[in-house]
Design a protein around this ligand. Structure first.
Ligand code: UDP
Ligand code: MG
Length: 318
């Protein structure tokens, strides 16, 4: 009998934890699947951890992982994957926006022999206009940069043990889960799902955090911006060649251009191009710096299985 682990990152989800566990329990037991729910409390400032403990009292299949502070969703997903012990592991949001029934569909696909089953959004669900537009814009950029279709991609996935192990073995600290799971390859298929509306609590994504997310992930996944710098430099060089020839010709014809404005404009233009490029390069260096520090991705302060504190006998920080 194979076991399904469901990884649920939770940040300030006190209103949803109990319900999510209940729904998953019903759906999975209903389908006769033996399961384990790995709830990662990502440094919530509300009662999420207590809710997880409470859910653990009702259901011994719940594994609660408590972070020492908020490390972000990617870290929480990674921690969940590291603690999951199932033969097949699903990752889904803790707010039931990813429908539990889709898990069954994914599970069927896994039974058929697929190793990565991606959840693809049919629509983005109800979001504010600004949020939708900005999300669309950044996912557009990210799709171009990472060559993975981000528009409808989601963090809702099911993966075989093999895939999980290969993701866990990647040494980088700044992981972009959504793209990495397709980067590793394996036999992949996708399942469409309708994004449900969040029932309680609110989205943790502000427009600003989406901007940061986009930049971090582009840098984590591709070096294309560095190539833009080179291409930009090439274009500037081409333009300057034309300008040089033009100026020289004018000079020898005895008609040197009056140059104050042109000089200032060029200086400003080139100055900002150089600073922008340095910024891009600097961003990569910052990321390299973060990686070489080899800090752990997250710090676990407590792990509870059902009602038992198993912190001591579990692998901690990867
Ligand atoms: N989340 C997390 N850490 C964070 C932010 C979010 O673990 O720092 C979790 C959150 O609890 C939820 C999932 O990531 O389970 C998706 O977050 P949210 O619903 O806010 O995002 P949205 O659905 O609006 O994209
Ligand atoms: Mg959500």
């Amino acid at each position: 009998m194979s076991t399904l682990s469901v990884v649920l990152p939770a940040y300030n989800e006190e209103l949803m934890v109990g319900k999510t566990c209940r729904v998953l329990h019903e759906v999975l037991t209903g389908a006769g699947i033996s399961y384990e729910l790995v709830l990662v409390n990502d440094g919530s400032r509300d009662q999420t951890w207590n809710e997880i403990l409470k859910a653990g009292e009702k259901d011994p299949n719940i594994l609660g992982v408590h972070f020492s502070r908020n490390f972000g969703k990617e870290a929480a997903v990674f921690a969940g994957l590291a603690q999951a012990s199932g033969d097949v592991v699903a990752v889904m949001d803790c707010d039931l926006q990813h429908p539990a029934e889709t898990l069954l569909e994914m599970y069927e696909k896994w039974k058929e022999g697929y190793e990565v089953i991606e959840g693809v959004k049919k629509s983005r669900g109800k979001e504010s206009f600004l949020h939708k537009e900005s999300a669309g814009f950044f996912y557009g950029i990210m799709s171009k940069a990472t060559k993975v279709d981000m528009q409808n991609a989601s963090d809702f996935k099911m993966m075989d043990r093999k895939v999980v192990d290969s993701i866990l073995s990647m040494p980088e600290r700044n992981m972009f889960f959504r793209a990495t799971s397709s980067w590793v390859g394996f036999r992949t298929t996708s399942v469409e799902f309708e994004v449900h509306e969040r029932e309680a609590g609110e989205s943790k994504w502000s427009t600003w955090s989406l901007v940061k997310y986009a930049f971090t992930n582009i840098v984590a996944f591709t070096t294309a911006p560095l190539q833009f710098v080179t291409v930009g430099g090439g274009i500037c060089f081409g333009c300057s060649l034309i300008m040089i020839i033009y100026s020289l010709v004018q000079y020898f014809r005895g008609r040197a251009i009056e140059g104050y404005t042109t000089t200032i404009l060029l200086l400003l233009l080139i100055g900002s191009a150089i600073m922008l490029s340095l910024g891009v390069i600097g961003y990569y260096i910052a990321k390299i710096y973060e990686e070489v520090k080899r800090r752990p991705r997250y710090i676990v302060s407590k792990i509870v299985r059902g009602t038992n504190d198993v912190t001591e006998n579990t692998r901690h920080d990867v």
